[in-house]
Ligand binder design. Structure first.
Ligand SMILES: [Cu+2]
Length: 273
């Protein structure tokens, strides 16, 4: 179903105009499939258990129960009859588990390999460097501009290279289902496509000191035109305000300053001891 001018209902809405299956979507479908199958298996097992408990309930008029050939403890039932049922249920379980393992692994490989593939196919990718420090984040854009809050255009693949300037941190945006280690001296990559404009929260997910719980920032997903305008306005700002930001004082950066639209962070000088 498609309305004139409006977005198509269904997958196209989830995929946005970028046409890229974002990690949020992949992880959501993994969650839904596991939840669905888990519920189904649970319902079948519990119903069958209850059914048998009822079927073989104690009945005075039929007792003592007729002598049956029961398998001994530790002995597998012979094929045929009860044995068949056992092997069938083992077989189906193995099939379900194996399919889930293969499908999930393939999905994870897709998420891992997508940025490289997209770049090869000429898809426009925005590369942003993410620097964690006690206790905040610094984002560096391709033109060298630096901000304390992440700004990205909607419907564009955003590739984050995450690292840390001091201790272990972990950068994550729960609503976009991404999370990536920030390790000093190493770079880890993660990516997302935000289909809807709005403001999301990013957190630190690695306990890193007394300011850890306050180590949050905002992710502004903007209309592509508005983003472009903002981005062009940051041109040449990388050298501006190169004042020394003294170590721990970063944690005390006032919320007003950090929330200001397009607030730029002064380049960080020196390390935190
Ligand atoms: Cu941290």
């Amino acid at each position: 179903m498609e309305e004139a001018g409006g977005p198509a209902v269904g997958d196209a809405v989830l995929a946005g105009t970028s046409g890229i299956r974002a990690p949020a979507e992949v992880f959501n479908s993994i969650f839904v499939v596991f939840l669905g199958l888990g519920t189904l298996v649970g319902v079948v097992v519990i119903s069958y258990t209850l059914y048998n408990a009822y079927k073989y309930r104690y009945r005075e008029d039929e007792d003592p129960a007729p002598e049956m050939e029961r398998p001994e403890l530790g002995e597998l039932p012979e094929s045929g009859g009860k044995g068949k049922k056992l092997f069938l249920s083992f077989g189906i379980s193995a099939l379900i588990v194996l399919s889930l393992v293969i499908w999930t692994y393939a999905s994870l490989l897709y998420v891992e390999g997508k940025p490289a593939e997209a770049q090869q196919n000429g898809v426009e990718v925005l590369d942003v460097e993410v620097d964690g420090f006690r206790f905040g984040w610094q984002f560096t854009y391709p033109n060298g501009a630096q901000t304390a809050e992440l700004r990205v255009p909607a419907d564009r693949m955003v590739n984050l290279s995450v690292t840390s300037q001091d201790v272990f941190h972990n950068f994550g945006i729960p609503e976009l289902r991404i999370k990536s280690d920030a390790i000093p001296g190493q770079t880890t990559n993660t990516w997302f496509v935000a289909e809807e404009t709005g403001t999301y929260q990013a957190n630190c997910y690695e306990i890193c000191g007394e300011g850890h719980s306050g180590m949050t920032t905002k992710v502004h997903v903007m209309e592509p035109e508005a983003y472009q305008e903002w981005y062009e306005g940051t041109e040449g700002t990388e050298s501006a305000g190169n004042e020394t930001a003294g170590g721990e004082d970063h944690a005390l950066t006032g919320p007003d300053e950090r929330d200001a639209p397009g607030a730029l962070v002064p380049a960080r000088a020196g390390g935190v001891p």
